[in-house]
Design a protein around this ligand. Structure first.
Ligand SMILES: [Zn+2]
Length: 163
């Protein structure tokens, strides 16, 4: 898996959201969790497009800056996706959470094998729903990205019509 550090990158449509489920570590409730996915992304460094950062499928995490129009669509899929303060990373970012108030950290959801967005089997991957966002354009988004499990999820996930 290629992990890129946190930076502001230009993301263009088509954008996708993936929705899975996570069991709350605090109260045991099963809640939906959402993540933003881009089919193609490129990265700007000091105003120049980085040729080595281009192309491929990217799963975005640790999002600290997100245009309202994209946030609204993600919140349609999961209203509990909100800007939250993480004690673990000591910063605010757009994270999933439980209706009891507990935060589901991106590291936990994305980087731990077998957890929601890092499926280890076809069964786990096909449990993830993919929605293409009904939006077109190009936006700067401050985030981290990786393209490892994303390819697998994109291949095996269940594609759904927009809600
Ligand atoms: Zn909970």
């Amino acid at each position: 898996m290629t992990n890129n550090g946190h930076s502001t990158a230009k993301m263009c449509s088509p954008l996708w959201a993936m929705v899975g489920q996570n069991k709350c570590w605090k109260c045991g409730r099963i809640e939906n969790v959402v993540a933003l996915v881009t089919e193609e992304f490129w990265r700007e460094i000091r105003g120049e497009i980085d040729p080595y950062g281009s192309g491929g499928f990217g799963v975005l995490s640790n999002i600290t800056q997100l245009p309202d129009e994209i946030l609204m669509l993600l919140q349609k899929l999961n209203p509990l996706f909100q800007k939250r303060f993480s004690k673990t990373v000591e910063a605010e970012y757009y994270a999933n959470g439980c209706s009891c108030g507990a935060l589901f950290g991106d590291f936990y959801l994305h980087d731990e094998p077998g957890h929601t967005f890092f499926p280890q089997s076809d069964e786990e991957a096909s449990a993830i729903k993919l929605y293409q966002l009904p939006i077109q354009g190009e936006w700067p988004i401050a985030c981290s990205s990786s393209n490892g499990p994303g390819e697998f999820i994109f291949e095996r996930g269940t594609r759904c019509a927009w809600i």
